[in-house]
Design a protein around this ligand. Sequence first.
Ligand code: TXA
Ligand code: MG
Length: 336
Amino acid sequence: MAARSRVEVLSTHTPDLFGKAVARAAELLRAGEVVAVPTETVYGLAANALDPAAVARIYEAKGRPAHNPLIVHVADLTMARRCVKQFSDTATRLAKAFWPGPLSLVLNRSDIIPDLVTAGGGTVGIRWPSHPFIQQLIRACDFPLAAPSANRSNEVSPTNADHVRKSLGDRIPLIIDGGQSQVGIESTVLDLTVNPPRILRPGMIHQESLESVIGETGSGGDAAGTLLKSPGQLQKHYSPKARLRILSWKDDADLRSQLTKEGCTVANTHVIAHTNIPASFEHVSVIPHDSEAFARALYAELHRCDETGAELIVVEAVPHGPEWQAIADRLQRASS
Ligand code: TXA
Ligand code: MG
């Protein structure tokens, strides 16, 4: 793909700027272009979900394999219903409980959804995001927006406009700066076309929350099936450039000896810790011992480690428990 001239970046922090950014983004999207936009999970690279040529530009800009389907973003239930064959009772209950928010529902698609969005499959992932910018943008466009995370394929997802600029700045015409993503990791993807519904990708709306609304769900289990159903679950995904290890340690000396085993020195290691903060290390980031705060900060820390040229990123192992499950999942992928 030919490099473009300098990307336009628009702020949204005053009502006037917000309105102008919506208008400019809608103009480009109507013309079949792609635009990077903020959502509460991570930044998305949006295009008109009903226009195959526009959707093709997403795959091209990201270098995304065509077999990995896209999530379609809507701004109300009417639009969600138009995208699927049947918006089931289960879907309705989940939407009531969690939309707008970080939950994507996989349902049988309707005829308006092009093959390119679903990677040729019969199902489509639908999400009503809570970030005010993308909501306003979808209403202005009056069509749903297909949007994967706004990064080159296999990189760590962007949680601010600068992350997007560094990854896709020479490949897309416009980035909307809507501040730091408040959730910080990608949405929970729940397949409602199987019984019981199955979590294809864990997110901050965790299994226990989902089950409190709809009863039993499944997750993981049959790995081969999961891989086929959700290519985003491929192990090598969401990876920083540096090697990443998940470790636990008693004290600095213990951590040092584990690093020696990894063949790394303190100087080229960046530690991300929440509880046992190493006092004698040069490069340490502390994220509070709180799953929401951790999710919000994690990707920005991984991006920063890559920028500073860390060779090894050590992340302090996170607790067990449903609210940490999605974070553990992303760390696991980043370390494989
Ligand atoms: O939070 C999010 O979901 C962000 C923001 C931008 O909304 N989007 C995002 O999109 O993470 P992406 O494309 O990076 O990841 C979408 C995941 C992939 O793992 C994909 O395989 C899965 O959802 N997916 C999408 N449609 C699917 C479908 N019809 N069936 C199974 N999995 C699907
Ligand atoms: Mg992604």
